[in-house]
Design a protein around this ligand. Sequence first.
Ligand code: ZN
Ligand code: ZN
Length: 123
Amino acid sequence: MTASTQTAAPTRCRRCRRPLRNTKSAAAGIGPGCLRLERTETAGYTPEQAAKAVTLVRDGGITLIRGGLDALYRVEGAHCVYWASQVDCTCRGAAECGSCYHVLGVRILAAGRVRPSLYALAA
Ligand SMILES: [Zn+2]
Ligand SMILES: [Zn+2]
């Protein structure tokens, strides 16, 4: 038993920034509710794609260009800029395999659960 790591500031959920009191949740960096949401949203994507999508949103790489029913987003890719909606994307991933993490990022951003500003405050 080690009493050396009595943290003053609790670990916060990477999605909603709420403090995580549960040891297991704190170790995972995400609360149980957010984990469930994330699993639902990321169904069909690999954990690597999901992580990339969350990082992209967190870093402000996705911007809403046009709202409404056919909302359009600007996605800052590694080498170029893509245009994406919640179902489609102009990158080659979408054209070649019908799935890319940009669309996932757009969904996460549209759901409003990862707010770049909150991460900016914590950084
Ligand atoms: Zn959370
Ligand atoms: Zn894409």
